[in-house]
Design a protein. Structure first.
Length: 455
């Protein structure tokens, strides 16, 4: 792609030069000239009470409803049409741009390409701001402008002034610069970016689907290996256990507490008490629930004041997450693979294998499968959990130690192969997202000229 013929200084370092016929007004100027409208949702006494929300009616959009650049209307709370009409502000229409203006997801955006067919408008809460294009501004171009480095750099400046809670008020946003080409050029740029980002999003979606398929392949392979073995010709028998089904004839079924020592984690350390170095590895729930293996790269420690003999974690033990905000993470397991003594924190359960019957790594691989069975015992609404009694209902089928080691070696090789493919694909997705972000910024700031590119 070629650059424009002539440029001028934008006056802003992070924007650089822009085409000579472009402008860089501030957003408040566009608002004053009635080219743009920005507004957040109802505050204070006008904000609906919890009992006002219904399952059907006028959608009331909150930050949680914004996903992947769009509004997920299926997760929205609703207000009756009468209540919605009584509100003062926050009425949002098709083609508006939505922006989260505070909190941990500040800057998250969505295009209102559609609204539910039976509605004339939807509403936003005060944590959301709508951006509405009026005379002389194209909505799609404005959306890409807000996703560009121009807007994001300004947003980072606002966030840097926050202590623990970032907030993008209307006055702050009014000071943001807006790189503005003529309207016909905005439309050309938007059409180009619509096509190119759609192509990139399609490619990203295919790679994300590939990751899902690889994860499913890994799960199925582990399940097959630890419940049926890796010899397809071995005679089978009914295990008498519903979730296991048939198992090899020479395998023996055990309840999990018959072949392991079960320890409920209750060490008292909290996240803010963890050290970068210390006497004991600290297996704190917030640091382990997404980790598969705890090894020497795990750098969270506590000292002797938290030591309890009953809470010691040794090499070869398996840790289960017993509390989670999502059912998918409940029962997640990690393998303790370091010689350093660890201490297990709360919201976790420790499995110490009887090494005369159970090979350590085999137990870990098995735990990745029986966690699915454990989720049947999950209790809770916003937080899910199971307990040691639930765990003791789990049966596993075990071959000889020699065969367990053979199965574990096979799984290590195969899961490493699949994990390498997943990691490679994830890196490709990161590069595609980085390229898309750079492309948007290059085009909406006029670093390249796309006017003559055939679509």
């Amino acid at each position: 792609m070629k650059p424009y013929e002539t440029y001028k200084d934008s006056g802003l370092k992070w924007i650089g030069d822009i085409p000579v016929h472009w402008e860089v007004p501030k957003i408040w100027h566009l608002v004053m000239m009635k080219k743009l409208e920005i507004q957040d949702g109802n505050h204070g006494s006008l904000y609906p009470k919890q009992e006002d929300f219904k399952k059907e009616g006028v959608c009331f959009i909150k930050p949680r409803d914004i996903r992947n650049g769009a509004v997920n209307f299926s997760t929205c709370d609703c207000l009756t049409p009468e209540h919605a009409a009584s509100l003062r502000i926050g009425f949002t229409f098709k083609n508006d741009i939505l922006l989260v203006n505070r909190g941990g997801t500040i800057g998250r955006m969505a295009r209102m390409k559609t609204i539910p067919q039976n509605l004339d408008y939807v509403l936003i809460n005060p944590q959301m701001t709508y951006i509405r294009c009026l005379d002389g501004l194209d909505s799609d171009f404005t959306y890409y402008q807000c996703r560009s480095d121009v807007f994001q750099e300004s947003l980072e400046i606002v966030k840097s002034f926050g202590s623990t809670f970032s907030f993008l008020g209307l006055s702050n946003m009014g000071d943001f610069p807006f790189v503005k080409p003529p309207l016909d050029e905005q439309i050309q740029i938007a059409n180009y970016l619509n096509q190119k980002t759609e192509e990139l999003d399609t490619l990203i979606a295919k790679k994300e689907q590939l990751i899902i398929l690889l994860q499913e392949e890994r799960t199925a392979m582990i399940n097959q290996a630890v419940t049926k073995g890796i010899d397809p010709n071995v005679p089978m028998k009914n295990s008498g256990i519903e979730w296991l089904g048939e198992i090899p004839e020479h395998w023996v079924s055990y309840r999990i507490d018959w072949v392991t020592t079960i320890v409920r984690g209750n060490s008292g350390f909290k996240r803010d008490e963890l050290l970068k170095s210390g006497e004991y590895v600290a297996l704190q729930y917030g640091k382990t629930y997404k980790v598969d293996i705890v090894d020497d790269s795990f750098k969270f420690f506590v000292n002797n004041e938290f030591y309890k003999q009953s809470q010691i974690v040794s090499k070869g033990d398996t840790v289960l997450i017993s509390t989670s905000e999502t059912i998918e993470d409940l029962g997640h397991s990690c393998y303790y693979n370091t010689e350093r003594i660890g201490l297990i924190g709360g919201e976790q359960i420790l499995l110490k294998p009887n090494r005369e019957i159970l090979f350590e790594k085999y137990l870990y691989q098995y735990s990745r499968q029986f966690c699915l069975e454990l989720r049947k015992y999950a209790k809770g609404l916003k937080v899910f959990r199971f307990n040691t009694h639930n765990l003791k209902q789990i049966f596993i089928a075990i071959p000889s130690i020699k065969e367990q080691i053979h199965i574990t070696d096979y799984l290590d090789n195969e899961t490493n192969r699949i994990d390498d493919l997943i990691n490679k694909t994830e890196q490709e997705i990161v590069l595609l997202i980085e390229y898309k972000t750079a492309l948007i910024s290059e085009v909406v700031t006029g670093k390249v000229d796309v006017r003559d590119i055939a679509l």
